[in-house]
Design a protein. Sequence first.
Length: 289
Amino acid sequence: MLSISSKEFLFWKKKQLSKGGNHQAFALLLDCIGGITNEDQNLLTINSQTELHIKKNLYYLESVWDDHLINSSPIQYHCGITYWRDLKLKVTDKVLIPRPETELIVDIVSNIFGKKSQKLLFAELGTGSGAISISLALAYPLWNGIATDIERDALEIAINNFKNSSNQTNLKFYCGHWWAPFESFKGKIDLAISNPPYIPKETYEKLPKEVKDFEPKIALLGGEDGLQHIREIIQKAPLFLREKGWLILENHFDQGEKVKKLLIKNRFELVEIVKDLSGVGRFTIGRYK
Ligand SMILES: C[S@@+](CC[C@H](N)C(=O)[O-])C[C@H]1O[C@@H](n2cnc3c(N)ncnc32)[C@H](O)[C@@H]1O
């Protein structure tokens, strides 16, 4: 640990933020790499005489911040950490950085099943960092979860994140293509969730640099019209879901109506488009007849 005066730190911080970037990203850098928490910073505002203890020197922190600003590299990958709901998750460039809008999936589940629910089996297809499944496994200790991803590197991160989040054992991970690893769970799944790659090819090519150049293509690209994976997941869902089992999908902002039609065509009922906090029809849900 190194020690610096609060005056030096505050001067340095002002200089870094004047270069651009957002306060949240800077706070993550200070916390995860510098070891300076928000509480440490709050203490400074009360007592400016305090000395600060930092894990890395200011030159190093500045070099990371500059790299983030100049190359648009996601600060979460620099830090190896992201916060999602109440979880602190490890992330590398092998997994998509879980987005704040996806957090709502957990609320959709609790709206359907209530806060305390009977034992059931849930499945997540394309778990990435494990965010959704881990959140559900912790919120519902009586439930059993199974989660897949095609990327072994991503699964290792998800497994690690689960181990670091709790001692629970109600979530298992499988590697493979969408439903394929769930052969032995045919007709037994009460709830399936997926935030699959859904960006149409043309849109993918124009994504901002910080996404396209750093996050895994396999986590984003949904084929020519963006619906390639959603279509496959919906078509095979009836084989794996129990009668009256739910399917919850995240989709691109303008895909809701198409996903709704696909669900109805595949014998889902109670089909609904659920808006995110910005009013975008981000999720489409349905119950299998
Ligand atoms: C949009 S990311 C979602 C990750 C995570 N669930 C989240 O919400 O942050 C899609 C995930 O699906 C995985 N994936 C892509 N193609 C797949 C396939 N054919 N079978 C299983 N998983 C796949 C990717 O590796 C990626 O982790």
